[in-house]
Write a protein that binds this ligand. Structure first.
Ligand code: PEP
Length: 253
């Protein structure tokens, strides 16, 4: 059975007080509503990681993730944070290859390949994002585009390492735009990604790989998205910094 995951990407939002309030609300609702079977991952900005981790305590279904890590192991890289440092703070997941980082920070498939390796070497689970722009979708080359992203950044991993990776399909035209992919569009792309993984790593690993959908997911559309056989959860931006919305998305399974 592959893991069901709902990961919240806070992006560059939340002061210390706001982050603590949000986390406490999520933790309390999660406990009160006895949620089981879905892993919730909170991915705050770096300075929140320690206090968020403390507030979560030892609740097994909630984990802390980061939004990025360095491609380097350690050393004179001012402003960077390594996977090793993150792991030492109890971080379990790291979002890599988000389209905002690809666009604004010029992260390439090759650089992401190095980041993925750093994450895995330090015991972090990469949530590897892929997805096409509106131009690519309009041109009809979206499937080959996302397959290429996976091939370039992940397909030199050993089967053992690849099986630890979580994929997030995030069509760029749906991120933060309020324009969600339809459940059928998401299913079509997730199934294509799973088939692509099978060509390299075999059906067993492909069937065990969690593939999340991201792009304007909310409590109103999550149920339909999650009902699709190849959609194993969500990477949630805007709705993840509203505790009730985030919990309702988790409860949509
Ligand atoms: C994201 O940034 O990963 C995301 C899916 O954002 P939103 O849910 O706001 O579209």
């Amino acid at each position: 059975m592959r893991k069901k995951i709902v990961a919240g990407n806070w992006k560059m939002n939340m002061t210390l007080d706001e982050g603590q309030k949000l986390t406490s609300e999520i933790v309390n609702m999660y406990k009160d509503e006895a949620l089981e079977g879905v892993i919730a991952v909170l991915n705050p900005p770096f300075p929140h990681i320690f206090p968020v981790k403390k507030l979560i305590g030892s609740i097994p279904g909630i984990a802390v993730g980061a939004q990025n890590c360095s491609d380097k192991e350690a050393g004179a890289y001012t402003g960077e944070v390594s996977a090793k440092i993150l792991a030492s703070f109890g971080v379990q997941y790291v979002i890599l290859g988000h389209s905002e980082r690809r666009e604004y920070f010029k992260e390439t498939n090759e650089l992401l390949s190095e980041k993925v390796k750093q994450a895995l070497a330090n015991g972090l689970i990469p949530i590897f994002c892929c997805g096409e722009s509106l131009e690519i979708r309009t041109a009809g080359t979206h499937e080959s585009n996302v397959k290429f992203q996976l091939t370039q950044s992940l397909f030199d991993l050993s089967p053992e390492d690849f099986s630890k990776v979580v994929i997030a399909y995030e069509p760029i035209w749906a991120i933060g735009t309020g324009k969600t992919a339809t459940a059928d569009q998401a299913q079509e792309m997730h199934a294509a990604l799973r088939r692509h993984i099978a060509t390299k790593y075999g059906k067993e690993i492909a069937n065990e790989t969690s593939i999340l959908y991201g792009g304007s997911a909310n409590p109103g559309n999550a149920k339909e998205l999650f009902s699709k056989p190849d959609v194993d959860g969500g990477l949630i931006g805007g709705a993840s910094i509203k505790s009730r919305d985030f919990l309702d998305i988790i409860k949509s399974f």
